[in-house]
Design a protein around this ligand. Structure first.
Ligand SMILES: Nc1ncnc2c1ncn2[C@@H]1O[C@H](COP(=O)(O)OP(=O)(O)OP(=O)(O)O)[C@@H](O)[C@H]1O
Length: 273
């Protein structure tokens, strides 16, 4: 989802999002009759962009997820909460295919995950601690990598480079475009990881603890960035330790305990982890 900067552009983006909400699901699922149920403007009745049903998963032959049901609808922001080790990251990793489920089903934009191909529609922001690498690279190089999925034959053209610049502007890092990522603060590094995901203009953003170790200034920037994405029609699933500055944006919380969903409802009704 390309975020829009002027009122007219924002209105166009909303119109595109409304049109998408009325499109059938992509590919084979559409042929199956699966997917979209139409949009009414109420998130509770919009088409799911992500649906997990009874998902179980193991790590090192140890059961970690015990039948997760989780739905994210178009335009929704869903926060996945839970104590350390409750299975939040594993749930995200089952969605992006890093951890194969041992049972249950996952549908992405109405298509069964095993048949889903258009991964550019998803933006994944991993936990920063697991994303840090010793590879020397500039901010622009890292963010450009996020655009490759949208480029033709892996070659970035003018429009791709503009999308990269725009993603950097969205997270307030345009002035650091040529900086080495190794020289950035934690908050700046997190902004770069988010810009990398935004560079592909995803319709569904999946983020693992985007606010962890991020200074207050960066938290405010990221909350604003996220709001822009949602206003433009994107959906968001994110792992959080606490709702914090994102609370006003969040439609639903899903609380995990020991690999099971123990709450799925409004943020105000969330029990303690
Ligand atoms: N590679 C692994 N092999 C075996 N068990 C693992 C592995 N990675 C994680 N686990 C265990 O799986 C469980 C779920 O881990 P997961 O990272 O999904 O939890 P989490 O809720 O995201 O925790 P945190 O908030 O600490 O990131 C934990 O008990 C963890 O110790």
């Amino acid at each position: 989802m390309r975020p829009a900067s002027t009122p007219r552009a924002r209105e166009r983006a909303r119109e595109r999002a409304r049109q998408r909400a009325q499109e059938p699901a992509e590919g084979p699922a559409a042929a199956d009759g699966g997917g979209d149920t139409g949009s009414t403007g109420d998130t509770g009745t919009r088409a799911p962009v992500l649906a997990l049903r009874g998902v179980t998963a193991e790590l090192g032959s140890r059961p970690v997820l015990h039948g997760i049901d989780l739905t994210v609808r178009r335009g929704e922001v869903v926060a996945l909460l839970g104590a350390n080790g409750s299975g939040k990251s594993t749930t995200l990793r089952t969605v992006i295919g890093q951890t194969p489920p041992t049972a249950g089903s996952i549908e992405i934009f109405g298509t069964p995950q095993r048949r889903f191909r258009n991964w550019a529609r998803l933006g994944y922001v991993p936990q920063r601690t697991t994303a840090v690498s010793g590879v020397p690279a500039t901010v622009t190089e890292v963010v450009s990598a996020g655009r490759l999925s949208r480029s033709r034959f892996g070659v970035l053209r003018g429009a791709d480079r503009a999308a990269v610049r725009h993603a950097l502007e969205l997270v307030g890092m345009a002035d650091h475009a040529q900086a080495a990522v190794g020289a950035l603060s934690g908050g700046q590094h997190q902004r770069v990881l988010i810009a990398r995901a935004l560079a592909a203009e995803p319709e569904l953003l999946i983020m693992d603890e985007p606010m962890a170790g991020v200074d207050l200034d960066s938290q405010r920037v990221l909350a604003g960035t996220l709001r822009g994405q949602v206003d433009g029609g994107a959906s968001v699933l994110l792992v959080l330790h606490e709702l914090g500055p994102l609370e006003p944006l969040i439609d639903r919380t899903v609380l995990l305990r020991d690999g099971r969903v123990v709450h799925d409802g409004p943020p105000s009704a969330t029990p303690r982890p």
